[in-house]
Design a protein around this ligand. Structure first.
Ligand SMILES: C[S@@+](CC[C@H](N)C(=O)[O-])C[C@H]1O[C@@H](n2cnc3c(N)ncnc32)[C@H](O)[C@@H]1O
Length: 238
């Protein structure tokens, strides 16, 4: 067992025992992120390298590896259990442009930079937001992009409302204490983000990805869990 970032649930344990419902519950990127990223890449200079930090079962990681077979793709996660599962799938699928490595935010210090770094649905579980954002942005190559999917204050209110609803539920899968353990940081707004927080941490304003990609119908996809990209300036020639 590996130790994942505290204070939140033990993600290694989560993935070791996860059934199909647990997979679905912890893969929010599956709804609209793949198409939006493809639209972003189409707007830019293509993609040679991609990092998915907090990749979970790699919904986006595998999609990018398949869409861009010449790109070097790396999925990072804190939980060894899901990294092992992903490595097995990559071998079964014969994908040789994707690999999986362990990283535990807020620490993130790969020995290289990537054209595109994605962190979706993971910063909710990290308290040292500013440090995590800076480390993620440092891993973006000049002229590349950091893409973030984060919970904002409206999302936090929705998590609190859902938690309140669970108090009356008799569904054993929806235990209010487990919910509070997993989403406690978000509910307490200790890990929520905003355009201002991202700008203050990185010195660059984020842009909503829906300026360039087709906006999904689901309101939460842009109202509560914004998907933004932060461009990295081109390298200056001395
Ligand atoms: C809700 S899942 C999101 C997975 C994927 N990004 C998606 O949206 O489909 C959060 C993932 O972040 C990982 N995680 C949690 N805390 C982390 C941390 N501090 N550093 C890196 N990964 C972390 C968990 O193991 C889990 O796979």
């Amino acid at each position: 067992m590996t130790e994942t970032h505290q204070p939140t649930i033990d993600w290694d344990e989560y993935w070791r025992t996860a059934d199909a419902d647990d997979h679905e519950s912890a893969t929010p990127s599956a709804h609209h992120v793949r198409e939006a990223l493809a639209d972003l890449v189409a707007e830019t200079d293509g993609l040679d390298s991609f990092a998915d930090v907090g990749c979970g079962p790699g919904v986006v990681t595998f999609d990018v590896a398949e869409r861009y077979p010449d790109a070097d793709v790396v999925g990072y996660d804190a939980a060894e259990a899901i990294l092992d599962e992903n490595r097995e799938r990559a071998a079964d699928d014969g994908l040789d442009n994707v690999r999986f490595e362990r990283a535990v935010l807020p620490e993130f210090d790969p020995d290289r930079q990537y054209d595109l770094v994605l962190c979706y649905g993971t910063l909710a579980y990290v308290t040292e937001t500013e440090q995590a954002l800076q480390n993620l942005y440092d891993a973006v190559a000049p002229d590349g992009h950091l893409v973030l999917g984060y919970v904002n204050e409206f999302g936090a209110a929705q998590f609190r409302a859902q938690h309140a609803d669970l108090q009356d539920s008799d569904d054993p899968r929806r235990d209010p204490d487990e919910y509070a353990e997993r989403f406690g940081l978000v509910m307490a707004e200790e890990s929520t983000l905003s355009f201002d927080v991202v700008r203050n941490a990185l010195g660059t304003w984020p842009h909503s990805i829906w300026e360039i990609a087709a906006k999904p119908e689901k309101r939460w996809a842009w109202g509560h869990v914004p998907l933004v990209y932060v461009p990295k300036p081109e390298a200056t020639v001395q």
